[in-house]
Design a protein around this ligand. Structure first.
Ligand code: PLP
Length: 225
C-alpha cells in the first residue's frame, strides 16, 4: 500500500510539466504492479536484462526508460520496446541504437548524458563533446534515433549549494542547445533529480525526475550502486 501512497503523494507534489519516472531497479514485479495500479506508467531500470524480463510480463502500456549505462552489445535486447534511453554517452552507442532501431523500423528517443558531478565515476559528455557530436556528419546520418534532451546526475553530497550549482550548469547547457533543432535532434527533456535532490532539480528547471527509493523503499546497496 505504501507504494501507491508514495506515487499519489508525488503526483500531487510535482508540477504538471514534470514527468515522474519511477525507478524500479532491483524491485520485484509486485512492487511495479502496485505503482501501476496507482496510475504510474513511466518506469526506469538500469539493467537491460532486468528491464526486458519485466517488460515481457507487465502491461504493455508501460513506458520503459533505460536510465543506466548502456553497453553497445546489449542494445538489441531492448530496441523493440524501450521508450527513452537516458544514458547515451558516445557517438558509437548512438550508431548502434540507430542500427537496432532501423531493424525494428522505429525511431528510438534518446537523451545525452552530461557529466556534471565532481565524481570521476559518473559517465557523460562535456558540453564541447555534445556540440562536436551533433555537428558531425556521422550524426546527421542517423535517421532512426532522436535526441530529445539531456540527462545528468549531481554529486552524491549533502552540500545543497553544490548540487544546485551542478543542476544550474546542466540547465544552462540545455538552454544553450535548445535552439539547435534538426530532424533527429530537439532538446525538450531535461532529466535530472532523484530521491535525494529532486526538489533542487525542479527548482533548477528539470522536466523529468527519476525517483526510486522514495517510492519503493531502499535498495540493497551491496548489489546495486
Ligand atoms: C537508481 C537511480 C535513480 C534513482 O535513485 P533514488 O535515489 O533511489 O531515487 C535515478 N537515476 C539513476 C541514473 C539511477 O541509477
Amino acid at each position: 500500500m505504501a507504494i501507491a501512497e508514495n506515487i499519489k503523494q508525488l503526483q500531487l507534489e510535482l508540477p504538471l510539466e514534470v514527468t515522474l519516472v519511477a525507478v524500479s531497479k532491483t524491485k520485484p514485479l509486485e512492487a511495479l504492479e502496485q505503482a501501476y495500479n496507482a496510475g504510474q506508467r513511466d518506469f526506469g531500470e538500469n539493467k537491460i536484462q532486468e528491464m526486458t524480463q519485466k517488460f515481457e510480463v507487465l502491461p504493455k502500456d508501460i513506458r520503459w526508460h533505460m536510465i543506466g549505462h548502456v553497453q553497445t552489445n546489449k542494445v538489441k535486447y531492448m530496441a523493440s520496446f524501450v521508450h527513452l534511453i537516458h544514458g547515451v554517452d558516445s557517438l558509437k552507442l548512438l550508431q548502434e541504437i540507430n542500427k537496432q532501431a532501423l531493424k525494428h523500423q522505429r525511431i528510438i528517443s534518446c537523451l545525452l548524458q552530461v557529466h556534471i558531478a565532481k565524481e570521476e565515476t559518473k559517465f557523460g559528455f562535456s558540453e564541447a563533446e555534445i556540440l562536436q557530436v551533433i555537428h558531425s556528419e556521422e550524426f546527421a546520418a542517423l535517421k532512426n534515433i532522436k535526441i530529445e534532451g539531456l540527462m545528468g546526475m549531481a554529486s552524491f553530497t549533502s552540500n545543497k549549494t553544490e548540487v544546485i550549482n551542478e543542476f544550474t550548469n546542466l540547465k544552462n547547457i540545455f538552454d544553450y542547445l535548445k535552439p539547435y533543432q534538426t530532424f533527429n535532434c530537439n532538446f525538450k527533456i531535461l532529466s535530472m533529480g532523484m530521491s535525494g535532490d529532486y526538489q533542487e532539480a525542479i527548482s533548477c528547471g528539470s522536466t523529468m525526475v527519476r525517483i526510486g527509493s522514495s517510492i519503493f523503499g531502499e535498495r540493497n546497496y551491496t548489489k546495486n550502486q
